[in-house]
Design a protein around this ligand. Structure first.
Ligand code: DAH
Length: 348
């Protein structure tokens, strides 16, 4: 090996060790200057080429160039390694991956949905099927088939949102009774939850969009006692064992006899006006109204080709939000629809 080759090899080894040991870019820079700069060691060697015999200069120049290329490669690699390492250190110092994560806040089932699910659950356990129906219905299903002809004053109780083509947003879930009976022969036992719409001014007791749960049982030999038993069972299930249910005579065109169904006010436990202070929940009556019920009118059975001489049945329609007022001790029905997460989570 020539002298030059030997010095180049030593220089390259020394340089490699130092480049590898460099801890920052500044050190790499000073290495670059020390070896490759204008006064650098390699430059000095290059200057020595002129002193060599002419036939050796070419090889000497090439040998130096080769080593310079290797050194530059090393510098670039060392610089890249430093950059990667500094990114990792920065990450490690700013993010503690072992730090416990913040707990995610779980959502909950909406209280009205919970009531609907519990009600359906109760009826399903008794062999009822859950059925749904369309929210936009023709007059026929909303009224005519339910024994409410066009000029019937009961239509006034259903101040409806009318759509085009004779459709309206259903003001109650009772149309589902008709649809079900037209589709299936008796016996039928269904529970039908869903949204309803009425052109009511919104206040603490009214929403223009609300939910009802409808129930229907038609078979041979069904009587009012069956209805009472099932609804008392439902109220006990929802409100507790001590809950009472009261049936007040009422009128609905699609049932005969008809009743309004109340349950003991859970706030005052039925006391109404204890020591002269009127209960804010029930207005002092001691009862909360849940909805209507009755024995299916023979005209309705006839309309769906059921023989009223053979079959009888009961039906009811409860307001889900009404059940919610009583169940959750809520004083304003609008709270169910204002999307206040604290209110909703508290009831879950
Ligand atoms: N559909 C009635 C309403 O919205 C409630 C109702 C009453 C439903 C009696 C029934 C029933 O199924 O039998 O006012």
């Amino acid at each position: 090996m020539t002298d030059l080759a030997e010095s180049l090899e030593r220089l390259r080894q020394r340089f490699s060790a130092q480049a590898e040991a460099a801890i920052d870019e500044r050190e790499l820079d000073s290495l670059r200057v020390r070896y490759l700069g204008r006064q650098g060691e390699v430059t000095q060697l290059r200057r020595g080429i002129g002193t060599l015999p002419p036939d050796q200069r070419r090889d000497a120049g090439k040998a130096i160039n080769d080593v310079v290329a290797v050194m530059e490669g090393r510098l670039a690699a060392a610089s890249a390694a430093l950059q990667a390492r500094s990114f990792e250190t920065e990450l490690a110092s700013s993010i503690d991956v072992t730090f416990p994560a913040r707990k995610a806040r779980l959502g909950s089932v909406h209280p009205v949905r919970q009531i609907i699910e519990r009600t359906c659950d109760y009826f399903m356990r008794h062999g009822f099927a859950v059925v749904l129906g369309p929210e936009a219905e023709p007059e026929y299903y909303n009224f005519d088939a339910l024994n409410i002809p066009a000029d019937h004053p009961a239509r006034e109780n259903f101040d409806s949102f009318w759509l085009s083509d004779g459709l309206l947003l259903r003001p109650h879930t009772s149309p589902i009774q008709v649809r079900t009976m037209q589709r299936y022969p008796p016996p039928v036992a269904i529970v039908a939850p869903g949204k309803c719409y009425r052109r009511d001014a919104t206040d603490a007791r009214h929403l223009f969009q609300f939910h009802q749960v409808e129930g229907l049982l038609v078979a041979e030999g069904i009587h009012f006692g069956h209805l009472k038993g099932m609804l008392e069972g439902l109220c006990r299930e929802l409100f507790g064992r001590r809950q009472k249910v009261r049936f007040r005579p009422s009128y609905f065109p699609f049932t005969e006899p008809s009743a309004e169904v109340d349950t003991t006010c859970p706030k005052c436990s039925g006391a109404g006006a204890p020591q002269g202070t009127r209960c804010g929940m029930c207005g002092g009556s001691g009862w909360i109204e849940l909805g209507g019920a009755g024995m299916v009118h023979p005209n309705v059975l006839r309309e769906v080709q059921y023989d009223p001489e053979t079959y009888s049945g009961w039906a009811f329609g409860f307001g889900a939000e009404r059940l919610g007022l009583a169940l959750y001790d809520v004083d304003d029905i609008r709270r169910f629809v204002t999307s206040d997460p604290d209110f909703l989570v508290a009831l879950s």
